[in-house]
Design a protein. Structure first.
Lengths: 295, 430
């Protein structure tokens, strides 16, 4: 963790959730910044320790190795599952936190090939949120299935951190920006504070490699295939997978950034848009959200 | 078709996120709580030592970064241990280390001293805390007490993280002072064991002779150790660790209960000399460990090399493989191979009439040997609590020494092998 003081703000920087994480605060109180840093890092690490797919014996690990047995869950897990279920229903089964098993056969890096249809067919029975049986206290999933909270976790934790530091920043009129690898929330408590200029990562476009946006209030989340894709026989295969076909969504924008009141909503909308493929922009227009779309 | 439905999708999702975030999932942190672990271990070498050990640890976390750990170990040992003398075709009589009484060893049996009975209590406390964002320190003290031995030690360690915590370097220093006060006093090195075969006029006569083989006061040992550590995260699945240690040990390093047989050319023991070891030892150790996470198992492999100016060089290879079976249990097979060369003053016996070396000991533990251990651990839950059961078998094969000078018949079995069984039960009260 690093705290640096800039001309009129402090920057807290640390690494978590496989991303560089930053919190910017319009404040001159080093003490307040230290308190905010501790709260933010503790909460982020707590979440990461609990839900990361990569940690041994955490909740996610237990769920993914439950082999059809019931696993005890808590309220937070239940709420995340409910939210994932909402996305699943709204997207007509396209947004699915059980789709991660496809990553066993799809490798989105340069010079990769699509896997065979038979290897896709083998995995499809292990996908489908509707196969999960869960309630407030337990979670149960057929053997061979996996869940990955990665698709909703980062936006959720950005919102959580913003929520937790608000009671400290608001009374002191300290405006802030929480930015975890491009998923961000800004809150403004003093009209004198200028907007933050934030780079939104997108593609290796010739004209601008980074688009700067101004934000002082609200959230932005971006999803896209800026780095994770391969070209094969003239087709671009990007990392957003359709869990029904087991294949990448074709013709989706390279990146979609959505502006919304909170980061989870922004992230949900940008993911849903990506899953619409070439109809992404129409989807976003109809949903009447503010967005940036790069093809 | 699909697009019509999407008209209010943002609003629907906004409601879902409001539920998610409004629910303010309380962080269920386990801060500032005690954690207790209890363990019972039995160790047995058939016909030799058996031990029962209870271990209790208590950890308390403070402010997320600091931790206080207590550990209490209670041991009780009974049984017999090899006294260093070799087996004979005749009955052998030895004086007990205290000078009070004797023990008799049957023909062709390895002489074991059965006076061995002790209880040991050990207490240690450690405090660790973050020093800066990237560094951490640990300080601790250790006290151990048994009937004729006590030890007090202090230690400190400083660790610093580099490269976003992928690399950790550490330096540790420790110091311990031990004091040895065997019942009946410490024997004078290379003095001859006084055995009452009826040659003494009375008890006082025997006592005077016995006391002449004793040196006054308690033995004291000072141990200073330096430990340098390097831990490296290679990737999400793999961790490597390397340690270098240097130990400087000074003082009374002789084992007051061990003797050497002095034999004639027909391998008959004529008398016994108390052993005599150097008063200092300098030891270097090197340790490397790799931990690798596979999908459903963890492999843990380590190698240790120790070299000392006593010329004991040892290699240890240790492999553990933790295989997860279902969500809350695992099996962990364990194999260890250990090989050691003999100390330069290791002699299985002395030959009558030859010039004594400066130092000598027939303690099988400093002779050349190979050992292996095979074990299995099973981890599971009792209720919600972690539990482990471990069983291990250990076999030690001593090797013949180059310091042998007399042909000894095989039935006297100069280098008896040792077997040991360990059973351990551990319960996490959290």
């Amino acid at each position: 963790m690093q705290i640096t003081q800039h001309r009129n703000y402090f920057k807290i920087a640390f690494n978590a959730m496989a991303s560089p994480c930053e919190i910017l605060l319009f404040s001159d109180s080093h003490n307040l910044v230290k308190v905010v840093a501790k709260i933010a890092i503790d909460e982020t690490k707590r979440f990461e320790n609990k839900f990361s797919r990569y940690l041994y014996n955490n909740l996610c690990w237990q769920i993914n190795r439950s082999e059809g047995k019931k696993v005890k869950i808590d309220l937070e897990t239940f709420n995340l599952l409910e939210y994932a279920n909402n996305l699943y229903q709204m997207s007509e089964k396209l947004f699915d936190i059980t789709a991660g098993v496809l990553n066993k056969i799809w490798h989105f890096k340069k010079d990769a090939h699509p896997p065979s249809q038979s290897s896709i067919d083998e995995l499809l029975p292990f996908i489908g949120f509707h196969q999960i049986d869960y309630a407030k206290k337990y979670f149960c999933m057929p053997k061979g299935m996996q869940v990955d909270f990665g698709g909703i976790g980062k936006e959720y934790i950005v919102d959580r951190v913003a929520q937790l530091i608000t009671p400290i920043c608001e009374p002191e009129e300290v405006s802030f920006l929480v930015n975890f690898g491009g998923d961000l929330v800004a809150k403004n408590f003093n009209s004198l504070h200028p907007a933050w200029h934030v780079g939104v990562e997108n593609i290796e476009s010739h004209r601008c490699s980074e688009k700067l946006i101004n934000i002082s209030q609200g959230a932005v989340a971006t999803s896209g295939s800026t780095k994770r894709f391969f070209d094969y026989q003239g087709q671009r295969y990007a990392h957003i997978l359709n869990p029904i076909t087991g294949k990448p969504v074709m013709g989706a924008p390279r990146s979609v950034s959505v502006f919304a009141g909170n980061c989870s909503l922004a992230g949900g909308m940008s993911s849903l848009a990506q899953l619409q493929g070439k109809n992404a922009e129409i989807f976003l227009k109809n949903a009447e959200v503010e967005y940036l779309c790069y093809w | 078709m699909q697009l019509k439905k999407n008209l209010n999708v943002a609003e629907k999702l906004a409601l879902a996120t409001a539920t998610l975030l409004g629910a303010t999932a309380q962080a269920e942190t386990v801060k500032d709580e005690w954690q207790f672990v209890g363990s019972i271990l039995t160790y047995s070498e058939p016909d030799r030592v058996s031990a029962l050990e209870t271990i209790f640890t208590a950890d308390k976390a403070f402010d997320d970064t600091a931790k206080l750990s207590y550990k209490i170990v209670l041991d009780s040992l009974t049984g017999a241990s090899a006294n260093g003398a070799i087996a004979q075709d005749d009955v052998q009589t030895f004086t007990r280390p205290s000078g009070n009484g004797q023990y008799i060893i049957q023909p062709q049996e390895t002489p074991l001293d059965d006076t061995f009975k002790d209880t040991r209590a050990q207490f240690s406390v450690n405090w660790s805390d973050r020093l800066t964002e990237d560094s951490q320190y640990t300080i601790g003290t250790n006290l151990s007490r048994e009937y004729d031995y006590q030890s007090i030690g202090i230690s400190g360690e400083l660790a610093r993280d580099f490269d976003r915590k992928n690399t950790t370097l550490s330096i540790g220093l420790s110091y311990a002072n031990d004091s040895v006060s065997p019942e009946g006093g410490r024997p004078l090195g290379f003095s001859s064991m006084v055995i009452d075969n009826g040659q003494f006029d009375d008890e006082q006569d025997y006592r005077n002779a016995f006391n002449a083989t004793r040196i006054s006061g308690d033995g004291s040992i000072d141990t200073t150790e330096l430990l340098l550590g390097w831990t490296q995260i290679i990737n999400r699945r793999m961790i490597m660790q390397m340690n270098y240690g240097y130990a400087d040990v000074k003082g009374y390093l002789t084992d007051p209960f061990k003797v050497l047989s002095v034999i004639d050319s027909s391998a008959t023991a004529k008398f016994y000399l108390y052993e005599n070891r150097p008063e200092s030892k300098k030891q270097h150790s090197f340790f490397a460990l790799t931990k690798y996470h596979l999908n459903d198992s963890i492999i843990d492999f380590s190698y240790r090399y120790i070299d000392s100016d006593w010329d004991i060089k040892s290699h240890t290879l240790d492999l553990r493989w933790r295989l997860f079976a279902g969500k809350n249990s695992y099996w962990e097979p364990h194999v260890r191979y250990y090989q050691q060369s003999a100390a330069d003053f290791y002699y299985p016996y002395f030959v009558e009439g030859t010039i004594l070396p400066e130092f000598g000991s027939a303690d099988y533990r400093i002779g050349e040997m190979d050992t292996y251990t095979i074990g299995l651990k099973y981890g599971f839950l009792i209720g919600d609590n972690r539990t482990e059961v471990r069983a291990e078998y250990y076999h030690q094969t001593p090797k013949s020494s180059s310091n042998e000078q007399v042909i000894i018949t095989e039935d006297l079995n100069l280098y008896p092998s040792v077997d040991a069984f360990t059973l351990q039960f551990t319960y996490y009260f959290d």
